[in-house]
Design a protein around this ligand. Structure first.
Ligand code: ZN
Ligand code: ZN
Length: 140
């Protein structure tokens, strides 16, 4: 007879980790960045970001529009193949904007989110200007 207390084996309590890996973003199908921003300017008065491209193209991106296109896995879901607009719950502004390598930028938004790596090709592909919209067949 043993008096040993019954030991409960904790089956390796799996800790659910939030996905914070900044590398874990939705891949954007482009091998090279053919165009890149030469200027990125915050315009707080209009809540837009002005992006001027190396080919002379320029457009104003609304902050909420950019936040909605955050390509991180947390916003888009794991395994998503296409970045889709997810409307933010409340209006946001970028606290900081920093370059990621020579191919992307990332934002730290006022809602605390900061995991999205916005490739230049993504930014260009969601250009909100009238001519790009009509090229994408979105109508104006
Ligand atoms: Zn995100
Ligand atoms: Zn455009």
């Amino acid at each position: 007879m043993s008096n040993q207390p019954y030991r409960r084996a904790r089956a390796g309590a799996s800790i659910r980790r939030a996905c914070r890996d900044p590398v874990h973003t939705v891949p954007i199908p482009t091998a090279m960045e053919s165009v890149y921003p030469t200027e990125i300017r915050r315009q707080p008065e209009t809540h837009t970001l002005r992006i001027i491209w190396s080919d002379g193209h320029e457009a104003d991106y609304e902050y909420d529009y950019l936040r909605g296109y955050c390509p991180c896995a947390g916003c888009q879901g794991h395994g998503a193949h296409k970045v889709e607009f997810q409307a933010p719950e409340s209006p946001v502004e970028p606290l900081t904007i920093r370059p990621v390598g020579n191919y992307a930028i990332s934002f730290h938004w006022t809602d605390g989110h900061a995991t999205g790596i916005y490739r230049f090709s993504l930014l260009r592909s969601i250009c909100p200007c009238d001519s790009c919209r009509s090229e994408r067949g979105e109508g104006i």
